[in-house]
Design a protein around this ligand. Structure first.
Ligand code: UDP
Length: 493
């Protein structure tokens, strides 16, 4: 029989934000390396942003196709070109909630075009981001299984569930009084200040998350960018207590072996890569701290100023991916660096204004630490590079993931930020002293060495997990096998 008939064909639908697009595309590549035909569904603008990544995919010879659907920006009342969270953040002033609402509406309008694509191409499975809860019904209509791509930490999903179930935050007397998340392994300690609004009050997002949870429970299962060794207790909780079927196949960034694949994963770098690596080559091993707060967080001038002065005071070499706050950008305000900072830091610090090739920077032998906002991709990338971290969470589930780093795995030190804020809102200021202290704690001295040793152990575990015979490799094999059996059973009916 024609071997084409035996090959599984999977459709991937990533959510339009870098922290989701990058791992979902990497997941499609991973499936393709196991002989599966993959099709990624995206929109014109997002395809353009990822053009280098797509070019690399084409050159790889893997069987990955792209299907474009028009993003209904106009129909949903969004400005033209608002096809991703990046665009929402940069075009929203005080009306960010309104724009997010319209963005959600546009996402739900993708249902019909997706259905048509599935009916036309008849794949064997749909792997779609959690933020498309309706994708399970669309897949059911096409009589194929739907799997959810999980791009956040298992700890954060489990902690959110336990907090929603037991409401421990309602039993403390103030926003700053600590409570332990009940029922959850690891004695995770939090305050009400650190919880996302959706965990504290009912709103549109709470409603969406309930739909997400329901669709997770009724779909074929969840494919998670994590590995068992890093989140063992939370993987068990997710499966056994929350009742979720899950395959842990990450860390996905580790499957990129070629430096060009590691470099061209997201937006195009705002720095000449050769120049950046030459600069790093000139530094001693573990002597550079890399500072980056992901693709969404923007700080105001005051916080940027404190970061700059904290880095200077730490006396460490640094690469800082700095992005001005919205207000500063709109005002054309260039006053966010201390006077004479760049001249003083000549040779000692490199500022990247925009987008950095994060994974190869972290992997460089000269990089010895990472100041991060605790986005899950960044945390995994830090662990995979074997570098201890300073945690400075901002929003989303980042305060929950911080606990994995500082409390459970003990490979990081908190910079001391106390309060969750919505994306785009200026939050607490972490002072230069706190930044300097935390940076020195992970870069210099016996405690830093100990933390580095612990991170290297996790790095080895993560690397072993994705190798043939490792837990992530084996989970992926089981998932593919289950999909084959499912298809065979469906064909017999
Ligand atoms: N990233 C990058 N360069 C940057 C900023 C981010 O390569 O200048 C990548 C980073 O490596 C990660 C992703 O973008 O893979 C960000 O995802 P994460 O979950 O860490 O944070 P988010 O952007 O979703 O807050």
């Amino acid at each position: 029989m024609d071997s084409e008939l035996h090959r599984l064909h999977i459709f991937f639908l990533p959510f339009m934000a870098h922290g989701h697009m990058i791992p979902t595309i990497e997941m499609a590549k991973l499936f393709a390396t196991r002989g599966i035909k993959a099709t990624i569904v995206t929109t014109p603008l997002n395809l353009t942003i990822y053009s280098k990544h797509m070019e690399r995919i084409k050159q790889s010879g893997l069987d990955i196709n792209i299907q474009i659907v028009k993003f209904p920006s106009m129909e949903a009342g969004l400005p033209e070109g608002c096809e991703n969270i990046d665009a929402i953040i940069s075009s929203s002033g005080s009306n960010s909630r309104e724009l997010v609402g319209k963005f959600s509406k546009a996402l739900s309008m993708l249902r019909e075009p997706l259905l048509r694509l599935l009916q036309e191409h008849r794949p064997d499975c749909l792997i779609a981001d959690m933020f498309f809860p309706w994708a399970t019904d669309v897949a059911t209509e096409c009589e194929i299984p739907r799997i959810v791509v999980e791009v956040i930490s298992l700890l954060s999903m489990c902690a959110s569930e336990a907090i929603s179930r037991y409401e421990p935050h309602k039993k403390v007397s103030s926003d700053s009084e600590a409570f332990i998340v009940p029922d959850l392994p690891g004695e995770i300690k939090l305050t009400r200040h650190q919880l996302a609004d959706n965990l504290k009050q009912e709103g549109d997002f709470t409603k969406l998350l309930r739909e997400v949870r329901a669709s997770q429970l009724k779909c074929f299962g969840n494919v998670v960018n994590s590995c068992y060794q890093l989140e063992k207790d939370y993987a068990d909780y997710f499966r056994n207590v929350m009742g979720m079927k899950a395959w842990l196949v990450g860390p996905l960034s580790l499957y990129n072996k070629d430096v060009k694949d590691k470099t061209h994963r997201g937006k195009e770098a705002s720095i000449d890569e050769d120049e950046c690596f030459k600069w790093l080559d000139s530094k001693e091993p573990n002597s550079v701290i890399y500072v980056c707060f992901g693709s969404e967080a923007h700080f105001d001038s005051q916080q940027l100023m404190e970061i700059a002065l904290g880095l200077e005071a730490s006396e460490q070499n640094f690469i800082w991916v700095a992005r001005k706050g919205k207000k500063e950008e709109q005002n054309g305000d260039n006053d966010w660096l201390p006077q004479g900072f760049e001249e003083r830091m000549e040779g000692k610090g490199l500022i990247i204004r925009g987008w950095a090739p994060q994974v190869p920077i972290l992997d460089h032998v000269s990089v010895g630490g990472f100041v991060t906002h605790c986005g899950w991709n960044s945390i995994l990338e830090g662990i995979c590079a074997g570098v201890p971290m300073v945690t400075r969470p901002v929003t989303h589930e980042q305060f929950l993931t911080e606990k994995l780093v500082t409390q459970v795995l003990q490979v990081g030190i908190g910079a001391g930020v106390k309060r969750w804020v919505d994306i785009g809102v200026a939050g607490d200021i972490v002072s230069r002293d706190d930044i300097c202290k935390a940076v020195r704690q992970i870069m210099v001295g016996e405690e830093a060495e100990e933390m580095r040793r612990r991170t290297k152990v996790l790095q080895e575990m993560a690397r072993a997990a994705v190798e043939e015979g490792g837990s992530s490799y084996t989970d992926l094999t089981s998932l593919i096998e289950e999909l084959r059996l499912h298809r065979a059973a469906a064909r017999e009916q």
